[in-house]
Ligand binder design. Structure first.
Ligand code: SAH
Length: 213
């Protein structure tokens, strides 16, 4: 696998496009500028890597659109020591972006093929999170909770209570909710029992499914 000056040029253009679309987090833009997204897509489709679109990966899933990755990551305002949980490792691209921002990233994937492939890929590329788990993201990771930030990359039909309860007070979760066209929801845990909710617009995700296969 090569990361050529052509790839770097395409990434620069992608970053400019994301800035035009309203992304302004320097840290997030810098991660996107530096991570070779074409390493997360099968070789034959490399030319699609720097177009701002979702793209099919194995097991009928998709690598999220760069804008969506940038948007979800930006609103979480991740800091270096934040403990971050991602639901839906998929290709591992969003995981790599998180690993650039925090040294404390955990991720869960329910498709075994993707879990294995992304674990290998992330370790090979040196974007290793603390843990990649094969399992059901609806359950979260109680043994590693609480988290400062939780990022869900599949559309959930409702907000999973277990995930809310695995947030620190002051922690945030970003999650697309709904069956087809999801509403992006940002929730901030204000106290043991108080959760503040904001709607951030419509997005399209593959569905979050229960249990592992
Ligand atoms: N972050 C990924 C997005 C992949 S799409 C990327 O950019 O490549 C969403 C992913 O969520 C898929 O890989 C899907 O298999 C996974 N997923 C769906 N339901 C899940 C669940 N209950 N627990 C964990 N992962 C889930």
């Amino acid at each position: 696998m090569l990361d050529t000056s052509k790839h770097k040029g395409l990434r620069k253009r992608l970053v400019e496009e994301l800035i035009k679309k309203g992304i302004d987090s320097k840290m997030v833009l810098n991660a996107i500028l530096n991570i070779p997204r074409h390493f997360f897509i099968d070789n034959d489709f490399e030319s699609h890597a720097y177009i701002d679109k979702a793209f099919p990966i194995d097991s009928n899933q998709t690598i999220s659109q760069p804008y969506t990755v940038a948007f979800q990551t930006s609103v979480l305002e991740i800091e270096k020591n934040d403990k971050v949980l991602e639901i839906g490792t998929g290709s591992g691209y969003q995981t790599a972006v998180l690993v650039k921002l925090s040294s404390n990233v955990y991720t869960i994937e329910r498709q075994h093929v993707l879990y294995r492939k992304s674990m290998k890929r992330l370790n090979m590329l040196g974007y290793s999170p603390k843990l990649i788990k094969y399992g059901d993201g609806y359950l979260g990771l109680p043994e590693h909770a609480p988290f400062d930030k939780i990022l869900v990359t599949a559309g959930a039909s409702e907000i999973p209570k277990k995930l809310l309860l695995q947030l620190k007070i002051g922690g945030k979760i970003i999650i697309p909710v709904g069956d087809m066209n999801q509403e992006m929801i940002l929730i901030n845990r204000k106290s043991e029992t108080k959760f503040e909710k904001k709607k951030l617009g419509k997005f399209n995700f593959v569905p979050m499914l229960k249990k592992v296969n």
